[in-house]
Design a protein around this ligand. Structure first.
Ligand code: 6PG
Length: 250
């Protein structure tokens, strides 16, 4: 279990969720750089992070982050070329990375140019291992979304990737129910190396699943995001009113 119970923050709408997330990224980045001199963040794919990235890429927040001390990896990636419209790297580059002064050598996209995604996963795993070793064996901040089926990153219900051995940090999948089918994902073990995790959930289509995840019985094979329990980290859910529809008043 995590050392903390998750913090659940209810916000009125998507824009408020993205603002709250951006403000937390700024605070965590500055605190971590002050403490260790670097901030290792794992970005998420999907649509929700777009607005967050845009806020970080523009003033007033842009100049509040010590970009020269930021290192970027991805929690998962679609196995498409880096210039493909489905690429999470392309989305992050266009909405954030090309607008901020982060050294390019500190940006670690998943290599999606190998014929065999398994080879890509092995290489990315080596990169993640090296970055963890240089960062106190932790990812300082993991950004996650949640699908209506309870998946997070590219960890989908009842998928063998959920049972990856503890020593595996990155795996390839070829049957994602959310297109595109081929993906690379950090494993549960890797994601649980987070010091802080922000889970952004918005929209009525996720309301029932969010209730089950947060207030229902443990059923992690069916709801993989329940496996996100960093033993040495905190988890904060930033949810909008639509997604929080069925959560209890507490
Ligand atoms: C992806 C993400 C995925 C995403 C959720 C939520 O590659 O699509 O890693 O896990 O975070 O599906 O997506 P939305 O933010 O678009 O709802």
């Amino acid at each position: 279990m995590s050392k903390h119970q998750p913090e659940i923050v209810r916000l009125p709408d998507v824009a408020a969720v993205q603002r709250a997330a951006a403000e937390r990224v700024v605070a965590l980045a500055n605190a971590q750089v002050a403490a260790t001199g670097r901030f290792l963040i794992a970005l998420s794919g999907g649509n929700t992070p777009r607005g967050l990235h845009t806020l970080l890429a523009q003033e007033p927040l842009r100049s509040q982050i010590p970009w020269g001390q930021v290192w970027v990896v991805w929690g998962d990636e679609r196995y498409v070329p880096a210039d493909h419209p489905d690429s999470s790297y392309l989305m992050a580059r266009e909405t954030l990375l090309e607008h901020v002064p982060i050294p390019s050598e500190q940006i670690y996209p998943v290599p999606t140019y190998y014929a065999d995604p398994v080879e890509s996963a092995a290489i990315y795993e080596q990169q993640i291992q090296a970055l963890l070793a240089a960062n106190g064996n932790q990812i300082d901040l993991v950004l996650l979304g949640m699908g209506p089926d309870g998946h997070t990153a590219s960890l989908f219900p009842h998928h063998p990737a959920l049972a990856a051995p503890a020593e595996r940090l990155v795996v390839a999948i070829d049957n994602s129910p959310k297109p595109p089918p081929r993906r690379i994902t950090l494993t549960v073990a890797a994601l649980n190396r987070a010091a802080h995790t922000l889970v952004l959930v918005t929209g009525a289509d996720k309301a029932e699943t969010l209730r089950e995840v947060l207030e229902g019985p443990a059923d992690p094979q069916r709801l993989p995001i329940q496996l996100i329990q960093p033993p040495h980290g905190s988890v904060t859910w930033l949810v909008d009113a639509a997604a929080a529809t069925y959560l209890s008043a507490g």
